[in-house]
Design a protein around this ligand. Structure first.
Ligand code: FAD
Length: 176
């Protein structure tokens, strides 16, 4: 998802977990906007779309293939003049366009602030917690559950499951 502040959506949320842990920002990521067809197939689709719109400008000819807001960005990144006549478009232009669609490179400068986070990485080291009871190995009678523990998972309900399961176990252990 492309938003006013940058990239979002499930894939980016999952990626942000790895990026904040293992990479230093800024990070360049490459997005394949058309993952199913091969580069050659994308070139063929672009060519046949252009053939049907011989006398038009490039930006109008590809209107049916690219979202309206996306096409100026793609032309800009590919360094192609959107006002170029289709009859002047070369095989090289088509290859450039296809490669841009298959590998849109963006620079990620960082993650959003903690108060906007969906999942937080970090927290109490699991080595300091008894896994059978979730009691602290350092302070007796102190039990941990959920986000405060240094465990996090990819999106898909796993983080809620962590919260539910650890909440159940630590609550049970504390009551014994
Ligand atoms: C927008 C959003 C969408 C999400 N979607 C998903 C999803 O689809 N799937 C998934 O698995 N996970 C999802 N999560 C993550 C998931 O909600 C959390 O991992 C989970 O709720 C953590 O549970 P928790 O009990 O550890 O913490 P929290 O749910 O944050 O609960 C902590 C509670 O402690 C209270 N509190 C804080 N300080 C104090 C204090 N000093 N005294 C008393 N109370 C205090 C807070 O008010 C809060 O009620 C999402 C999170 C967000 C923000």
């Amino acid at each position: 998802m492309f938003t006013h502040f940058g990239l979002s959506g499930p894939a980016i949320l999952n990626l942000s977990s790895y990026l904040s842990r293992y990479s230093k920002f800024p990070v360049k990521i490459s997005i394949d906007l058309l993952p199913q067809p091969s580069l050659g197939q994308v070139e063929d689709t672009l060519s046949s779309c252009l053939k049907q719109n011989g006398s038009r400008h490039l930006k109008n000819a590809l209107g049916s293939l690219l979202p309206q807001k996306m096409s100026p960005v793609i032309f800009d990144i590919a360094d192609l003049d959107p006002r170029k006549l289709v009859s002047q478009v070369t095989r090289g232009d088509i290859n450039l366009l296809a490669r841009t669609l298959k590998g849109l490179t963006v620079t990620v400068t960082g993650t959003r602030l903690l108060n906007e986070a969906i999942i937080t990485s970090g927290g109490i080291d699991t080595k300091e917690i008894n896994p059978s009871t979730l009691e602290s190995k350092i302070i007796r009678g102190l039990y941990f559950a959920g986000e405060v523990i240094d465990v996090d998972a990819l999106t898909g309900g796993y983080n809620l499951q962590i919260a539910f399961s650890t909440g159940y176990l630590s609550g049970l252990s504390a009551s014994l």
